[in-house]
Each structure stands twice: as C-alpha cells, then as structure tokens.
Design a protein. Sequence first.
Length: 157
Amino acid sequence: MTNKQHMLGHFDVTEEGETCHVFPVQIYWEDTDAGGIVYHANYLKFTERARSDLLRGIGIDQPKMMTEHGQNFVVRDSAIEFLKPAHLDETLRVRTTLLELKSASLRLQQDIFRGEELLIKSRVRVACLQKNGRPARFLPQIKDSFASLVNRSGATV
C-alpha cells in the first residue's frame, strides 16, 4: 500500500513545534483573473495539490489504494478564509498541518503564504470511502502513515 514517491514539497516544523508539509506554488497567468489576481477557486486547487503531495510524502499510493482495496479519499467539507490576494508571478507555499485523525476521516489546516505573509486560511475534512460511496475505516497501514504525522505534530487521534 505504501510506496515512497517523489514529492515536490517537504516536511518542516511550525513555530509551534508541529510537523507540517510545505508545498510550493508558482502563480501563472492561467491562475489569475484579468487583473492579475489569483481567482478565488484556484486556492482550492492549490490545497488539493498540496494534500496529494503530502500523501506521496508519507508513502500513500492513492491509485493502488483504490485498485487493490477499493478505497479512496474525498473532501467531506472545507472552509476557506480569504485574507489577502496573491498575484501573477508570485511564489506561494501551502502549509498543511494534521489537526485530527479519526478511524475514517481526518482534519487538516491548510494555510497559504507569500513569504511569511498569511494570505489564505483553510480547513478541510477528508473522509475515506469504499467504491460504493460508503464510509470506510482507514486501512491499518494508512492510519499508521497518518499517525506518524500525529505523533510529531500533537494532533488528536
């Protein structure tokens, strides 16, 4: 189930001592509106990319999880607060921290920064589902992969 794959981001530690995943995002023309400001929906794409990269980094192979075990991850709910806009040609970073790990879902804080300036605050709850759409408990090896972040970050289990 686990297979270390190449990831673009890296793991770091926050000012509070929590383990986090940091994912770089370059802003291109296609990400912006006519005024060169990032279109609001694209921040969700940036956080999705960061989550996928985090999964790679902790050794979770999503296609294999689906084909071999009939399970996948879905966003159950998401909340986003737009504090400041990002612009064309800027480099941002998405910082993801695990807040809570349950038997079939988890909560993440995903904030977007330009340098040290906080632009976007978001929280997302991700659930594990079977192919038929019903909730599924995380496989033991998947939960162990997430637990490695919990043990480092102080998130609740």
